[in-house]
Design a protein around this ligand. Structure first.
Ligand SMILES: Cc1ncc(COP(=O)(O)O)c(C=O)c1O
Length: 399
């Protein structure tokens, strides 16, 4: 008899990350011989620095093949604590650190820990699509924090605080942000932290995975540095973006003492521990030389200028200069195309992969995300192809 399987209803509420679908389509077109320029994918185009690779290789050669403690090896957690002290001037104990396979895992644990029917969770929109997806999966109600183009894709603390109800359990913050590159100014964070005093039932998950990719001398503001929030801030960070380690699956969460045992139990139920050799690579990343990281950020800064200038020359595009991460989020309303149509047609007809703003939530209509983690030549060629394609559409409309 043919199988007749019954899935849990929550499975129908789980969304996805369209950037992976765009990547798969771009790869399929490439395999057919099409010269695709991929500005869709959110990962550095650099290799992991060699001293990190060497540390992981040595760990394997030295026999680190078994399980590690579920929370991660002690020298790695100590290195994380020292790194947070160096970057944010905050005191974190190695006992607060839960090393997990990638930044996403802290997100999944925090949302499923608080989310259930009747609960509300605030999340940025447009924002990283997994936030809304997992909130829905958990049964909680997603409450969007809208990010405004005219505020550099930041938010107004007052507007955010006004969305809190007695049912709000968790607020998700992401600065610097995917997909917009927006950075929340310290003044808004100060207001938010002060206002949260009135809402002690709200936990905050601060996704700071792009915290070291900032421009124009800006300094990152970590929500960990607000003493009045320390017993309810969950910090999400990791190695993927800063050290070009997306495929290593290395991330961590800093958890308040009351939440830590729950997060650790989720880890034991889910993945036991992170790949042992990768953890040794993680120590080398945090304690070793930083010139490759600095070089990468300098390269992104230069490409940011090129892509912003290039996009602003395209008819119907308007592109703000982002403060961090490696994305731009131009407004494309003036082209007359919807975001999804433009994404599809630019890939099919101009061989340039981008991601529709709507992949990051309903408020992303009218925008397209470009990643500039690509060479200068690739970015310039992409701008030229899109310009030619738009001209052709304009001519056809006029004809
Ligand atoms: C805002 C944000 N948070 C978290 C992640 C997940 O990172 P990781 O690959 O380490 O799971 C990403 C990846 O694109 C991201 O953009």
């Amino acid at each position: 008899m043919k199988a007749n399987l019954v899935l849990a209803s929550r499975m129908s509420r789980l969304g996805t990350e369209s950037a992976f679908e765009v990547l798969a389509r771009a790869k399929a077109l490439e395999a057919q011989g099409r010269p695709i320029i991929n500005l869709g994918i959110g990962q550095p185009d650099f290799k992991t620095p060699p001293h990190i690779v060497e540390a992981a290789r040595k760990a394997l050669a030295d026999g680190h093949h078994g399980y590690t403690p579920a929370n991660g090896i002690l020298p790695l957690r100590e290195a994380v604590a020292a790194d947070l002290r160096r970057r944010h001037g905050v005191e974190v104990s190695a006992a607060d650190v839960l090393v997990v396979p990638g930044g996403k895992v802290t997100m999944f644990f925090a949302i499923t820990m608080f989310g259930e029917e009747g609960a509300e969770i605030l999340y940025p929109n447009p924002g990283f699509p997994i936030y809304e997806s997992v909130i829905r999966y958990s049964g909680a109600t997603p409450v969007p924090i809208d990010l405004h183009e005219d505020k550099g894709f930041s938010f107004s603390a007052e507007e955010v605080l006004a969305k809190i109800t007695p049912r709000t359990r968790l607020m998700i913050i992401n600065s610097p942000a995917n997909p917009t590159g927006g950075v929340v100014p310290k003044s808004e964070f100060d207001k938010l932290a002060a206002g949260l005093e009135r809402h002690p039932q709200v936990a905050i998950m601060s996704d700071e995975i792009y915290g070291e990719i900032l421009y124009d001398g800006a300094r990152h503001v970590s929500l960990l540095s607000y003493p009045n929030l320390r017993d309810r801030v969950i910090l999400l960070d990791g190695w993927s973006k800063t050290y070009a380690m997306t495929g290593w699956r290395m991330g961590y969460g800093i958890w308040p003492a009351a939440l830590f045992p729950h997060a650790e139990r989720l880890a034991i139920n889910c993945h036991s521990c992170v790949n042992a050799a990768a953890q040794y690579g993680g120590i080398a990343a945090l304690t070793g030389r930083r010139n490759e990281v600095e070089h990468m950020v300098e390269a992104f800064a230069e490409r940011r200028k090129i892509i912003v200038a290039g996009l602003n020359k395209l008819p119907g595009f308007r592109c703000a200069t982002p403060g961090g991460a490696f994305y731009v989020f131009p407004n494309i309303a003036g082209t007359g195309f919807g975001a999804k149509e433009l994404e599809t047609r630019l890939l099919d007809e101009a061989s340039v992969a981008t991601v529709a703003g709507t992949s990051f939530g309903a408020y992303g209509e009218g925008y397209l995300r470009f990643s500039y983690a690509a060479s200068r030549e690739a970015i310039e060629e992409a701008m030229s192809r899109i310009g030619t394609w738009l001209d052709r559409q304009g001519n056809q409309r006029r004809a």
